[in-house]
Design a protein around this ligand. Structure first.
Ligand code: G6P
Length: 367
């Protein structure tokens, strides 16, 4: 079947805009709104007996896994190991019995991730796979297949597959939390409501596209850009930086906001835009105080937050991007939208080949 760009200038933009629909499509196979439950496909083992989760992936899929680490630990109280596949497969990791090894991949064919999956199989782990291509090697080799329903992704830089991975991982986190006795029926009902609202929240985030387009010329001339976040927004900062470098060729780094003073603060001057992801909530004040350290050194801030956060902290910043206020299990999906759009518009401003950036491949099936 041939896939068209329709009215969009690039596949990447089309795929960013598809997110409300494909996330809804993905959630449909996991969320049962009438029962107030989040379900998984037939599982042939007892989730409550999982003692450790090991998450392995590459690229953007790895950052989805990093978000999941925060969720699995915080909501299900299960210890999580996390690694990029190219390191994991060669360092002979110790894997104890009773572990779930989870592999995340859009293509299901990334060579390093597939090799890591086979290593974990040999090491006696239960194999879970979050994949977008249901006929792929990883899908076929998994004990627990957790499909994303993003549809074919053409843009080399992953967007809609990533948010669908987050949706599936939120469903898995909820199931793990229930199995571990960390979730009441009322809490689960609440999560179901929030997940059901995710597509609308993604639409709301997309509605700020025009403003993001207007701020792209502020970022396009930069040589370096820094992204800061805490908690699950740390992997989102890493993902934001990855998107920007992949398609605009601007050097970008994501950093845990609290770690900035241990190095990257030395880079700050008025030529380095700093993108701060800071939803209002328990970590907000901490991130804002890191942001103020940047401001005090002349750094130009783009603050991404909800209305409440922007009202509290946008004094003196170069630009702001609003996102809707949502539950922590939805927030990374919603924050993905502005970082994708920002990277996209900066790349278009610079005139790079957005859908097929130089030196990159959609699927890396060789080592
Ligand atoms: C390549 C792509 C990335 C992707 C990564 C992992 O580097 O350019 O967009 O995130 O591979 O791919 P996978 O198919 O395993 O998710």
């Amino acid at each position: 079947q041939s896939i068209e760009k329709g009215n969009y200038r690039h596949f990447m933009l089309k795929e960013i805009y598809e997110q409300p629909v494909v996330v809804a499509q993905t959630l449909q196979s996991y969320v049962r709104p009438l029962e107030g439950k989040v379900a998984l496909p037939d599982i042939e083992f007892d989730l409550s007996e999982i003692r450790r989760v090991t998450i392995v992936a590459c690229g953007t899929s790895y950052y989805a896994g990093m978000v999941a680490k925060y969720w699995f630990e915080q909501f299900a109280r299960v210890p999580v190991d996390l690694d990029v596949a190219s390191e994991f497969r060669y360092r002979q990791p110790v894997m104890e019995e009773g572990g779930l090894a989870l592999f995340i991949s859009q293509s299901g064919e990334t060579a390093d991730t597939l090799a890591a999956l086979r290593y974990a199989r040999e090491a006696g782990q239960i194999i879970g796979a979050v994949v977008n291509v249901p006929t792929s090697s990883m899908a076929r080799e998994a004990d627990l297949l957790l499909p994303t329903h993003a549809g074919p992704e053409i843009g080399v830089a992953s967007t809609k597959a990533f948010t669908c991975q987050l949706a599936v991982l939120a469903a898995l986190a909820t199931n793990l939390a229930r199995a571990k006795g960390e979730l009441t029926a009322e809490e689960e009902q609440e999560i179901v409501e929030h997940l059901t609202e995710a597509p609308a929240a993604l639409n709301a985030a997309l509605s700020f596209d025009g403003e993001i387009e207007k701020m792209a010329p502020l970022i396009a001339p930069a040589r370096d850009v820094l992204y800061l976040g805490r908690g699950p927004d740390f992997p989102m900062a890493l993902e934001g930086a990855l998107k920007l470098k992949e398609i605009s060729y601007i050097h970008a780094e994501g950093y845990a906001a609290g770690e900035m003073k241990h190095g990257p603060i030395a880079l700050i001057d008025d030529l380095v835009p700093v993108i701060v992801l800071a939803p209002s909530g328990p970590l907000f004040e901490k991130t804002v105080s890191n942001m103020q350290e940047v401001q005090a050194r002349g750094g130009k801030i783009v603050l991404i937050s909800d209305r409440k956060g922007l009202d509290a902290a946008s004094h003196g910043v170069m630009a702001t991007i609003e996102v809707p206020a949502v539950h922590p299990l939805i927030a990374p999906m919603v924050y993905a939208v502005p970082v994708q759009l920002l990277a996209y518009h900066v790349a278009v401003t610079k005139g790079t080949d957005v859908d097929q950036p130089r030196n990159l491949a959609k699927s890396v099936t060789v080592e």
